[in-house]
Design a protein around this ligand. Structure first.
Ligand code: GLN
Length: 305
């Protein structure tokens, strides 16, 4: 299979969809994104990288950062993490307060905003003042790109507009499932959302999940093979809000969507894939990136099923 040829074919097949859907508009930095942009990159566990489209373009990784926070919290607490956050699809919006109230402050899964508040809290308890720098370092080392950085303006805007996320943090604290101040934890969450990267960075950074927990870039054993398996299963069942079933049905790969229009997906044992196009469908998933991943999976037959 020639992956570059396949990527080129995918790019030409999605071209007619560019411009459909609508970009997130809750902060200006996302609202001004050009909906006709598209990029897709593949990083293989052997170290090859293939890409097509606007692959140098940077975007904030938003909810995809929840995968990194989950990884680090899981490494710290191992199975004790599941006392603080569940691993079931929420069947509700990613920032639902109602779901959290019903579960008495235990977020339904680590890929919801409430779940990311808890995983970030775990990391903060472990690392204290080093936390913010260490979250960035984790992404940099995983991708092999030490120039990845926070977009300070996006972080501040996320905080300004993230009232609901802050409310979730306070609600979790009210159920005594937070060890640090809700404001501090929320701010760290917003910073993670505001880390900026390209599709190539994103694909490379997630390779450890396709490689039994070992980062092929740094050779580090990031997490155990069993932990990687569990994270992949959570990505499959919870990675795309309350339409995770639809993504599993159409693409059949563990993955994570985010509001800036990026989607990352894993082919265990083989590769990590990132696709990006800013315009979202009615469910908040990138319209073109999800179509691209579906076409890619169909063409190559790559799927976990
Ligand atoms: N920063 C966004 C939020 O917390 C991230 C959401 C997302 O990408 N789904 O609202």
């Amino acid at each position: 299979m020639n992956l570059q040829t396949t990527l080129n074919e995918v790019a030409s097949e999605v071209r007619s969809l560019l411009g459909k859907g609508s970009v997130a508009n809750y902060i200006p930095a996302l609202a001004i994104a050009d909906p006709t942009k598209f990029a897709m990159a593949i990083a293989t566990v052997q170290g090859d990288v293939f890409c097509v489209g606007d692959c140098d373009e940077l975007f904030s990784i938003q909810s995809i950062s929840k995968v990194f926070a989950l990884t680090q919290a899981f490494k710290i607490l191992d199975s004790d993490l599941w006392r603080r956050v569940d691993r079931e699809n929420a069947g509700s919006e990613f920032n639902s307060l109602l779901a959290l109230e019903l579960s008495a402050g235990i977020p339904r899964n680590p890929l919801s905003n409430a779940g990311a508040i808890v995983t970030t809290d775990v990391i903060l308890t472990e690392r204290g003042k080093e936390t913010k720098a260490s979250l960035l370092e984790f992404f940099r080392v995983r991708s092999g790109n030490m120039s990845i950085d926070f977009n300070e303006e996006i972080a501040q805007l996320e905080s300004e507009h993230g009232r609901r996320t802050k409310a979730l943090a306070y609600l979790i604290a009210s159920f005594k499932n937070l060890e640090n101040h809700p404001q501090t934890v929320s701010m760290l969450y917003f910073y993670q959302c505001a880390m900026e990267a390209s599709c190539v960075d994103l694909a490379r950074s997630l390779l450890f999940l396709a490689n039994k927990g070992v980062c092929p870039i740094s050779q580090e054993h990031v997490i155990s093979a069993s932990q990687a398996k569990r994270i992949n299963s959570i990505l499959l069942t919870c990675g795309h809000y309350d339409v995770s079933g639809d993504f599993a049905f159409r693409v059949g790969l563990p993955g994570k969507s985010c509001v800036s229009g990026a989607i990352a997906a894993l082919v265990p044992g083989k590769m990590a894939i990132a696709a990006w196009s800013p315009a979202l469908n009615k469910d908040g998933v990138s319209l073109v990136a999800s179509a691209a991943l579906e076409i890619f999976a169909t063409k190559t037959g790559l799927s976990v099923f």
